[in-house]
Design a protein around this ligand. Structure first.
Ligand code: ZN
Length: 244
C-alpha cells in the first residue's frame, strides 16, 4: 500500500497539478490530505475540487480551512493571512464553504499504526518546530507513525538512536525505524517555506516502511499572476518564488 501525502495546498493550483502529475509517475494507491486546502493562494475552489476528486481515504482540516469556513475567527492570523481568508470566504460558494467546514478535526487514525494531524496530535493548531514540541507530539501519538503539516517544513523526528539517512535531495527515500516512532512532515504543496520554492509532497510505502519525499518544480509565475490579479497581498506572490 502506497499513500500519496498532500499537506498545506493553500489554493495553489499550478503546484497541485505539478505534484499530481509527478505522483502519477511515482505511483500510489490512496491519498491522504493533512489540511489547509485553501488560504493564501488564488484558486481555492479549483484546488478543493481537484483534492476531493482524488477521493482521499483520510483528511483533516487545517487552521486556514477553519477560518475560511467561518468556524473560527481570524484572531490568531496576521494581516496578510486574515486578508486572504476574507478573500477566500467571499469567493467560495455556500456548498464549498460547507464542505470546507466539514473536514474532520485531527488527529485521526488511518490504521492502527498510522495517525494524521494538521499541527500536532495533542492540538490540531500547534506548530511542531523543534525537538521539545516533537517530543510532546511523539508522547501524544496513537500510532507508530504520525504525519503532520502546518509548519510547511519537511521533517522527521524519532526517538530511535540509529539516525535516519537523508540525502536532502529532491527525491529522498527515508527508511523509517521499525523499533520506534516516526513523526513526519512531508512539507507543503502550495507554499513551501524551507527556502526551496518547489512543491513538496510524500509517498508513504507501508510495505517497504519508507517515506519518499519529493520536490517538484511548478509554474510559480502562473500562481503569482493569479494572486496579483485577484488583488491579494503581493507578499503572497513574492514568497512563492523565495520558498518562504
Ligand atoms: Zn498551512
Amino acid at each position: 500500500m502506497r499513500y500519496l501525502i498532500l499537506s498545506d495546498l493553500h489554493a495553489n493550483l499550478p503546484a497541485l497539478d505539478a505534484v499530481l502529475a509527478d505522483a502519477t509517475g511515482v505511483g500510489y494507491d490512496a491519498v491522504i490530505v493533512l489540511g489547509d486546502l485553501v488560504g493564501y493562494g488564488a484558486q481555492p475552489a479549483a484546488v478543493m475540487e481537484r483534492t476531493f476528486a482524488l477521493n482521499p481515504v483520510a483528511m483533516v482540516r487545517g487552521n486556514h480551512d477553519k477560518v475560511c469556513a467561518g468556524i473560527e475567527p481570524a484572531t490568531t492570523f496576521n494581516d496578510v493571512a486574515r486578508a486572504s481568508a476574507e478573500w477566500t470566504a467571499a469567493r467560495l460558494s455556500p456548498g464549498e464553504l460547507r464542505a470546507l467546514g466539514e473536514l474532520p478535526i485531527g488527529p485521526r487514525l488511518v490504521t492502527d499504526d498510522l495517525e494524521i494531524c494538521h499541527g500536532a496530535p495533542f492540538d490540531e493548531d500547534h506548530y511542531v518546530f523543534d525537538l521539545r514540541d516533537a517530543g510532546l507530539a511523539i508522547e501524544a501519538m496513537s500510532g507508530r507513525i504520525c504525519l503532520f503539516g502546518h509548519t510547511h517544513l519537511p521533517a522527521l523526528y524519532t526517538t530511535v538512536d540509529d539516525p535516519v539517512e537523508s540525502s536532502g535531495g529532491d527525491d529522498d527515500t527515508l527508511r523509517l525505524p521499525t523499533g520506534g516512532p516516526s513523526l513526519i512532515n512531508v512539507g507543503s504543496v502550495g507554499q513551501p517555506r524551507d527556502g526551496d520554492p518547489r512543491a513538496a509532497y510524500g509517498v508513504f510505502d507501508v510495505d517497504q516502511g519508507t517515506m519518499r519525499l519529493r520536490r517538484v518544480a511548478y509554474d510559480v509565475a502562473a500562481a503569482q499572476a493569479a494572486i496579483l490579479e485577484a488583488g491579494l497581498p503581493p507578499w503572497l506572490a513574492l514568497r512563492l518564488a523565495q520558498g518562504r
